[in-house]
Design a protein around this ligand. Structure first.
Ligand SMILES: *Cc1c(COP(=O)(O)O)cnc(C)c1O
Length: 245
């Protein structure tokens, strides 16, 4: 047997930590999908890189996670510029301010958290100016938490009915965060409520849009989200464990 080096180089070590974390999460995704009688491939893991710098984010990409997410638009632009030319699909997962739409559309392949009609209109105009179609999800404040962003569930029938007015936006689904309090049981109820809302709205979606995607589930609750039909999980901290962040 070849002798092992006494201690791996720091870079190799960090690469291995990220690989192991990713492998463990993919295993948990596969188990949760199996338990819900769903194909694991129906769930996209978005690796949220907001806790780490661009070189560390690149380790996740090299480990095989091509969907990367940021919550702050400026951080997304910066990392996208640093990783330019690499095969990343960037996801803007956090709140987006209207004055940051132009530049975010240049980098992000999906905007997860469209939380107002004004933002939707701003994205549509920006996409029209840039001669493109913006792919977005509508964020719903499903827990009803006053501190959270998102459309109220009660507003959603009107919002969905008027999507036809936005020729340069393609809505692909809904996004939500679970309530902070209440643990796994409450998270699962919140995710089930988002799925039911989607099911009820589905037949009313104008042509060119769809509600097939559900972006729900983070490090602490992605298994509950998968059980309730999530197609995009946004996992951050669990991917960076052991890096001393
Ligand atoms: C930070 C963040 C995540 C990831 O959260 P973790 O608990 O670290 O997995 C997911 N979605 C959004 C919108 C976030 O801001």
């Amino acid at each position: 047997m070849p002798s092992q080096p006494l201690s791996p180089s720091p870079m190799t070590n960090r690469q291995q930590v990220v690989r192991d974390n990713l492998a463990r999460i993919r295993e948990r995704v596969a188990e949760a999908a199996h338990a819900a009688d769903r194909p694991a491939e129906s769930i996209t893991l978005v690796g949220v890189t907001k806790y780490v710098d661009a070189p560390t984010a690149a380790l996740l990409l090299e480990a095989g996670c091509r969907d990367l997410g940021e919550s702050r638009p400026q951080a997304l632009w910066e990392k996208a510029a640093t990783l330019e030319g690499k095969p990343v699909r960037w996801h803007q997962v956090g709140h987006l301010q209207r004055n940051k739409v132009d530049q975010t559309l240049r980098h992000a392949s999906l905007i997860h958290a469209v939380d107002s009609r004004r933002l939707l209109a701003a994205i549509n105009s920006s996409a029209a100016r840039q001669d493109m179609t913006a792919r977005v999800l509508l964020e719903v404040n499903i827990s009803g938490d006053a501190a959270k962003h998102g459309f109220s569930a009660a507003d959603m029938p009107t919002v969905v009915a008027t999507l036809g007015d936005h020729a340069n936006v393609q809505v692909l689904g809904l996004m939500a965060m679970a309530a902070r309090e209440g643990g796994h049981a409450t998270a699962r109820e919140n995710f089930a409520a988002l799925r039911r809302l989607r099911d009820n709205l589905r037949s009313t979606v104008p042509e060119g849009h769809s509600l097939s995607e559900l972006s729900m589930g983070m490090s602490g609750d992605f298994e509950e989200a998968i059980a309730e039909g999530s197609t995009l999980i946004r996992v951050g901290s669990a991917l960076w464990e052991g890096l001393g962040i």
